[in-house]
Design a protein around this ligand. Structure first.
Ligand SMILES: [Mn+2]
Length: 254
């Protein structure tokens, strides 16, 4: 066995810092409160030099947002030098003209990945040794299970799963849409499960995987803007820090 082989097999994963947000709801209203919060989130990603940005659905408030909102969002994502990975939520999905597909041509040149397969899709970011899985939805209904179909964790590297749905306390059948049952979370061996849909930040559980809602960008911290910084560290594991955002009044009023 050569030294090179030993190195490649024993090389520890390097620590990563991810910015996790969801439910940005861009295009909600002319007041631009959501846009100001999102711009502040991008500012934080840049100043903290995060390794990747994760958006767990509902980047947009609805499928009819104007082209100006789409172009503005693309310009914000273009400020990031790190990769961005996102899924659709129940607000930005539409069977005929998904708003994220309208965003697509505007972000072609950017390191942005939209995981838009209904069966689930995996993005591998080799420069970060990071695998991200997520599933798109074509409708928000009780039969859609956001984490169903998640494959076994990759053999090496960090792995993060995205889901947009409602975590339930027990296995009782429900009429709530996009349910995530305990059995879905019990079975996961991935490092972190980044959830969206609930607008308040919430740590759902810490084992076998750390599972958390970031909360909505504009209101996750008791109604105020915040995002979640997720540190993946070979020594200390997964650590979450909810970081308050200070939106610029100029972005809000523009
Ligand atoms: Mn939602």
């Amino acid at each position: 066995m050569t030294d090179n082989v030993i190195d490649s097999q024993t090389q520890p994963r390097r620590a990563l810092c991810l910015l996790h947000t969801s439910d940005c709801h861009l295009g909600t209203s002319p007041a631009r409160r959501q846009e100001a919060a999102f711009a502040a989130a991008v500012d934080l990603a840049i100043s903290e030099e995060v390794d990747a940005v994760i958006i767990s659905g509902d980047l947009f408030d609805h499928s009819r947002v104007g082209d100006d909102v789409l172009s503005w969002a693309a310009a914000q994502l273009a400020r990031l030098s790190c990769p961005t990975v996102m899924i659709a939520g129940n607000h930005d999905v539409h069977p005929e003209t998904p708003v994220l597909h309208r965003l697509g041509p505007r972000i072609q040149e950017l390191p942005v990945t939209i995981l838009d397969s209904l069966e689930g899709a995996t993005a591998h970011l080799p420069e970060l040794d990071l695998t991200v899985w997520g599933k798109s939805m074509d409708d928000h209904h009780p039969g859609f299970h956001p984490l169903d179909g998640l494959p076994d964790r990759p053999e090496s590297g960090w792995c993060v799963a995205l889901g947009h749905g409602l975590v339930l306390d027990d296995e009782a059948p429900t009429h709530r849409s996009s349910p995530i049952y305990p059995r879905h979370l019990d079975a996961i061996g991935w490092d972190y499960v980044a959830l969206g849909h609930i607008h308040r930040h919430m740590v759902v559980r810490e084992s076998p995987s750390v599972v958390a809602y970031s909360g909505a960008t504009a209101e996750s911290l008791e109604g105020e803007p915040a995002v979640l910084l997720v540190t993946l560290d070979p020594d200390s594991g997964v650590t979450l820090h909810l970081r308050e955002l200070i939106p610029s009044l100029a972005d809000e009023m523009a």
